[in-house]
Design a protein around this ligand. Structure first.
Ligand code: AMP
Length: 320
């Protein structure tokens, strides 16, 4: 099923303990698109300024991403983000965010993007996420990502956006901040209880994915819990976009199974593919590693992850 994604398309300046890059291609929608392109057709929607070149567009078109929904705003500046990571890469400080062309952006999905059955609302102002959701009222699977900034300054709008999606993908700290609940399961249960008001699109979230950085990710539904560790790596260079790449793997895997019910079993496999995609992303700066990634490398790592996380519950008579 074709996937439409809306979210930031950006230039990122990033410093990690292992180096730095100035104004490299980034943005939540870009990282997502590249990852999801390994699974199905992807249509990316969002604005860029005249500083965004053909070179950046080609990174996406080389992976077959449909870029006809990228709107070039004359005289505008592309979204810019500047971040710096601490020595263990677990802490990140945002030094600058310039919305540029996203200020005043009114999303209007082109015909092709409206025909998608799967929609990903990547990280961006939640009002924009809601406007896009309203333009795809019949989508079969809608997922959303966000971040602390929007919880801080636009929480009500973010809650309304979440009410309209099936799957919420957030960092565990963001889930706690969003709900005010210190316990992860409690926070996820709270989100799962949210329902859209009558007449609004959506059914209310039926699954929550809590991203836990280098510790992996958990999937929580009203009936079940599943968790995977991150794929172990000795060299991590730049975690920027890992969350969006994870989402691209998860949503892409769902989209690639159009006839299948969204069972727990399917979502577990989607979690494994998401985990593996994210592991490649962090091996180099920005989109560098994913640009060179090959399908067979993904398949091999999924197999290794399965071997690493499998165990048999051999019966043993335990002592009382
Ligand atoms: P992640 O590391 O998965 O959280 O995503 C990092 C990406 O998100 C970077 O490529 C940034 O361009 C983008 N980003 C950072 N801040 C924002 C924001 N406030 N809204 C939308 N995208 C953002």
């Amino acid at each position: 099923m074709p996937i439409t994604v809306v979210g930031s398309i950006a230039f990122d300046t990033v410093k990690t303990p292992f180096g730095e890059r100035e104004r490299m291609l980034g943005g939540a929608a870009v990282h997502f698109s590249l990852a999801a392109s390994f699974f199905d057709d992807v249509r990316v929607v969002g604005p860029v300024g005249d500083d965004f070149g053909d070179e950046q567009i080609e990174v996406m078109t080389r992976r077959g991403v449909d870029v006809s929904g990228i709107e070039r705003v004359a005289g505008g500046k592309t979204f810019f983000w500047h971040g710096e990571y601490g020595w263990d890469l677990n802490s990140r400080e945002t030094l600058d965010t310039q919305l540029g062309v996203f200020e005043g952006f009114q999303p209007k999905l082109p015909g092709s993007a409206r025909a998608s059955d799967v929609l990903f609302l990547a990280n961006i102002q939640p009002d924009l996420q809601r406007e896009v959701r309203a333009q795809l009222p019949d989508a079969r699977f809608v997922a959303l990502d966000s971040m602390n900034l929007w919880i801080d300054i636009a929480r009500d709008s973010l809650v309304a956006a979440i009410e309209g999606v099936d799957c919420v993908i957030l960092n565990d700290a963001e889930l706690r901040q969003l709900t005010g609940k210190p316990n992860l399961l409690g926070a996820a249960r709270e989100v799962l209880s949210w329902k859209p008001p009558a007449g609004a699109p959506g059914r209310g979230p039926s699954m929550v994915v809590a991203k836990q950085g280098e510790y992996g990710a958990a999937l929580i539904t009203p009936e079940s819990f599943f968790a995977l560790p991150a794929y172990p790596l000795e060299t991590v260079i730049d975690p920027t976009g890992a969350g969006d790449t994870f989402a691209g793997g998860l949503v892409g895997y769902v989209a690639a199974h159009p006839g299948e019910e969204l069972s727990d079993e399917l979502m577990r496999r989607a979690m494994a593919h998401a985990t593996v995609l994210a592991s490649f992303n962090v091996e180099e700066f920005g989109t560098e590693r994913i640009e060179r990634l090959e399908a067979r490398e993904i398949a091999a790592r999924v197999e290794q992850l399965q071997a690493m996380t499998h165990f048999s519950a051999a019966p043993l008579a335990l002592r009382d």
